[in-house]
Design a protein around this ligand. Structure first.
Ligand code: AMO
Length: 434
C-alpha cells in the first residue's frame, strides 16, 4: 500500500475541509454503535478524529464489520468532512468507506489509552504501544523539539557537528567503568564520552559539538542513571570555562523557549508548567557548598564528593538551574585545568537543576607537559595516551567544553522523576530488551 490519497491528520480536520473528501489513517480508539449510526474514534500521531458511519450511506459489508473491529487496529477511513454536533468535536468524517490494514490481537499487554494504568516496567516492555498514549508521545515530541533547538543554538554559535568513534581501543579517560568488547580478537571498549576526540578536533575545526549515545558500566540503579545515555558535548578553541558556561546557559534557555513555543499541547498533556529561566544562572563555589552543608550539620570536608544526600540538602536552598564551580582538582579528571595560583582547585563547573547534575565541564589543560604531569598525578600510564599527547605538539589552542546529559535535561523539561520515562528504550542493569 502506498500513500493514502486525500490523507489528512486528525489535527488538520477543521472548518476549511468541510464538504471535502478526506481519509484518516490511524488506530481505533472507540466504537459506539447507536442504532443506524456507528461512531468510531480513531487516533493518529496528531490527535483524535471522530467518524460517523450511517447505515445506508456505507456499503452494508463495511457497516457490518465496523462494529467488530478490534480496538487499536490500524485502519483507514474514507469520507467527507462535515460539521459535528458533538460537544467536543468540531469537524467529523461522514464515512463512506473503511479498510482494516492490520488487526490488533487482544488482550494487549497494556492499555495505550491510559484509562487502565500500567506499571512503568510493563509499559517499557510494550514501549511501541505505550507511545500511542498521547501523554507518553508528548515526552518524545518535546525531546525532538529540545534537540532541534539545541542544535540550532550551537550551529548559530558556529559549532560544527561531528561524529567520533564509539568503539575505542583504550579505556583511557578514567573515572567511569567501561563495557569491554572483543574487536577481532583485540580488547576494545564502548566509549564513555567523546572527551579526547572533541579536544583534539579543536586544533583544526575550532568549535565542535556532538550529540550521541555513551556507555557506562556503572552498577548504580537509580532514577537518574542509565548505562546508555545521550550526551550533548561541545569543545571550543580559544575559550575558557566562563565562555562555555555562557554557551550552555544560552542553549538551555533556547531549548526551553523552543519547547514553550512549539509544544504547548504536549506540555498541556503533561500538566507541565515550564518557564524560560533567567540567565546568567546563579553560581556557588564547591567550597561555599561545603560550608553550607557543614552549617546544616552534614559531616563533610573539603575534597569529599557531593553525594545525593548532600545535593538534596543543597537543593533546598538552590532551586532551578545553578552552577557549582571550582571543584577540588582531585574530584575532576586529568584533562581539567587547575586554577592559577591554587592547584588544589580546578577551572570546572557542574550545571545543576535542584539536586540533579545536568552537565559538567571546564577549561582544559592545553599544554603537553602539564597534561603529562596531570596524567601521572592521576596514576595513569602515559603510554596509553601517546597518540592523544602527540596531538598536543601540533599547535593545540587553549580550549574548554562541557557535556550535557540530554536524558536528565529531558527530566527537567517534562517534570518526569525517572529517567526511564524520557528514554525510548532505556538500558539499565536489569533491562536489555526491547
Ligand atoms: P560526566 O561524566 O560528568 O562528564 O558526564 C556529563 C553528563 O552526562 C550525564 N551522565 C549520565 N546520564 C545518565 N546516566 C548516566 N550514567 C550518566 N553519566 C553521565 C550527566 C552528566 O552531568 N567528559 C565529561 C564532560 C566534559 O567535561 O566535557 C563527562 O563525561 O548529566
Amino acid at each position: 500500500m502506498g500513500e493514502i490519497e486525500g490523507r489528512v491528520f486528525a489535527s488538520e480536520l477543521d472548518k476549511n475541509l468541510i464538504g471535502k473528501k478526506v481519509s484518516i489513517a490511524g488506530w481505533v480508539e472507540d466504537i459506539r454503535p447507536l442504532g443506524s449510526l456507528i461512531f468510531l474514534t480513531v487516533r493518529d500521531v496528531s490527535g483524535f478524529a471522530q467518524s460517523v458511519f450511517v447505515k445506508g450511506n456505507t456499503p452494508p459489508d463495511v457497516f457490518a464489520s465496523v462494529k467488530s473491529i478490534a480496538r487499536q487496529s490500524a485502519i483507514v477511513i474514507h469520507g467527507t468532512a462535515k460539521e459535528s454536533k458533538a460537544k467536543d468535536v468540531r469537524v467529523e468524517i461522514q464515512a463512506d468507506g473503511m479498510e482494516i490494514l492490520s488487526s490488533a490481537t487482544h488482550p494487549l499487554p497494556i492499555d495505550p489509552t491510559g484509562r487502565v494504568g500500567s506499571s512503568l516496567e510493563l509499559r517499557l516492555d510494550a514501549r511501541a504501544l505505550d507511545l500511542r498514549n498521547p501523554s507518553i508521545a508528548a515526552l518524545f515530541k518535546i525531546r525532538h523539539v529540545a534537540l532541534q533547538s539545541a542544535r540550532k543554538s550551537l550551529i548559530e554559535e558556529k559549532f560544527i557537528e561531528v561524529n567520533t568513534p564509539k568503539i575505542i581501543g583504550q579505556a583511557a579517560e578514567g573515572g567511569a567503568t567501561l563495557f569491554p568488547l572483543s574487536y577481532f580478537g583485540k580488547k576494545a571498549f564502548l566509549a564513555q564520552s567523546p572527551q579526547l576526540y572533541k579536544e583534539q578536533l579543536t586544533l583544526s575545526l575550532d568549535r565542535v559539538f556532538e550529540i550521541s549515545g555513551y556507555f557506562r558500566a556503572e552498577k548504580s540503579h537509580t532514577r537518574r542513571h542509565l548505562n546508555e545515555f545521550i550526551s550533548v558535548d561541545i569543545e571550543s578553541a580559544f575559550s575558557n570555562k566562563e565562555d562555555v558556561m555562557k554557551v550552555l546557559e544560552r542553549l538551555v534557555k533556547n531549548a526551553i523557549e523552543g519547547v514553550l513555543e512549539k509544544c504547548k499541547n504536549e506540555l498541556g498533556a503533561l500538566n507541565m508548567r515550564l518557564r524560560s529561566p533567567d540567565i546568567p544562572f546563579d553560581r556557588i563555589t564547591y567550597s561555599d557548598a561545603v560550608e553550607e552543608l557543614k552549617r546544616s550539620s552534614s559531616r563533610i570536608d573539603f575534597g569529599d564528593d557531593l553525594d545525593t544526600k548532600a545535593l538534596r540538602k543543597l537543593s533546598k536552598k538552590h532551586s532551578g538551574f545553578y552552577f557549582i564551580v571550582d571543584w577540588p582538582t582531585t574530584l575532576k579528571p586529568f584533562y581539567v585545568e587547575t586554577k592559577e595560583g591554587n592547584s588544589d582547585l580546578s577551572e570546572s563547573f557542574d550545571l545543576m537543576y535542584g539536586y540533579l547534575e545536568l552537565a559538567s565541564g571546564g577549561t582544559r589543560v592545553s599544554d603537553k607537559a602539564r597534561l603529562e604531569k596531570r596524567l601521572l598525578d592521576s596514576g595513569l600510564d602515559l603510554r596509553s595516551f601517546s597518540s592523544h599527547l602527540e596531538v598536543f605538539s601540533w599547535g593545540m589552542p587553549p580550549h574548554a567544553g562541557w557535556g550535557l546529559g540530554l536524558d536528565r535535561f529531558m527530566m527537567v523539561l517534562t517534570g518526569m522523576k525517572n529517567i526511564r520515562e524520557v528514554v525510548l528504550y532505556p538500558r539499565d542493569r536489569f533491562r536489555l530488551s526491547p
